[in-house]
Design a protein around this ligand. Structure first.
Ligand code: AMP
Length: 224
C-alpha cells in the first residue's frame, strides 16, 4: 500500500507510521527523521535544514522534494511506503503525484489524524525521542520501560529542540497555513480518510488497519 499520513505536529503520525510500517511490512519514510539524521551527521543538507527546523518553519520545498524523490526510487519502496510528514505543502503534494505518475503508480490512502490544538500542546510537553535510533516516546502516554532510556537500542531519551511550547505554537501556525489545505486536496481525489487521533494509540492503529484492509479488498480482494 502507498500511504501518506496527515495531521498537525504531535498528532501521532510518527508513532502510527512506525506501527503500520511493521504491520504492513512497508518502509516508514519520515522527512523529519531524514533531516534530523542529516543534522546529526553534519551534512550540507542538515546545515541548510537546521535553521528552519529549530524555528518551527518548513524546510524549503526544493530541498524536501528531492530527498523524497530519491528515497522513493529505492528498491524497498516497490512494495509500498508510508510517508510521514511529507507532503506538507500543496506544491509538495503535486510533485509527489507527478513523481508517482511517472512511475505508473498512485497513492492508496491519505490518513488524516485529527487532534485539537490544546491536546497537541500538552502532548508535546511530554514528548521524548531516542537520541540514537529516533524512536518516539511520551512520558504520559508512551512510556519507556526504564525512564530516560530507549527500549529498543538503550539510547538516551531527549526533548527535541522544536518541541518547546513557543516553537510548537509556531509549528501549529505553519501547519494551518501550509499543510491543512492538503486535507481538501486529497479529499477531492477521493482518498482521504479521517481518524480521531485522541484515542488510545492501539485503538487508532486498529481503526486505520481496518480501513486499509477494506480499501485493499475493494481493489484486490485482500492483503497481499
Ligand atoms: P517532523 O518530525 O515531521 O515534525 O518534522 C520536523 C521539522 O522538519 C518540521 O517542523 C519542518 O521544519 C521539517 N520538515 C519535515 N518534513 C518537512 C516537509 N515535508 N516540508 C518542509 N519541512 C519539513
Amino acid at each position: 500500500m502507498r500511504i501518506v499520513l496527515l495531521g498537525a505536529p504531535g498528532a501521532g503520525k510518527g508513532t502510527q507510521a512506525g506501527v503500520l510500517s511493521k504491520k504492513l511490512d512497508i518502509p516508514h519514510i519520515s522527512t523529519g527523521d531524514i533531516f534530523r539524521a542529516n543534522i546529526q551527521n553534519g551534512t550540507e543538507l542538515g546545515l541548510k535544514a537546521k535553521e528552519f527546523i529549530d524555528s518551527g518553519k518548513l524546510v524549503p520545498d526544493d530541498l524536501t522534494i528531492n530527498i523524497v524523490k530519491d528515497r522513493l526510487l529505492k528498491r524497498d519502496c516497490q512494495k509500498g511506503f508510508i510517508l510521514d510528514g511529507f507532503p506538507r505543502t500543496i506544491p509538495q503534494a503535486e510533485s509527489l503525484d507527478n513523481e508517482l505518475n511517472g512511475l505508473g503508480i498512485k497513492l492508496d490512502a491519505a490518513i488524516n489524524l485529527e487532534v485539537p490544538d490544546e491536546v497537541i500542546v500538552n502532548r508535546m510537553k511530554g514528548r521524548r525521542v531516542c537520541g540514537k535510533c529516533g524512536k518516539p516516546y511520551n512520558i504520559h502516554t508512551l512510556k519507556p520501560k526504564q525512564e530516560g532510556v530507549c527500549d529498543v537500542c538503550g539510547g538516551p531519551l531527549l526533548i527535541r529542540d522544536d518541541d518547546k511550547e513557543e516553537t510548537v505554537r509556531e509549528r501549529l501556525r505553519v501547519y494551518y497555513k501550509n499543510t491543512e489545505p492538503l486535507i481538501g486536496y486529497y479529499d477531492s481525489k477521493g482518498i482521504l480518510y479521517n481518524f480521531d487521533g485522541t484515542k488510545d494509540i492501539g485503538v487508532t492503529t486498529g481503526e486505520i488497519i481496518d480501513k486499509l484492509e477494506q480499501i485493499r479488498k475493494d481493489r484486490t480482494g485482500g492483503f497481499e
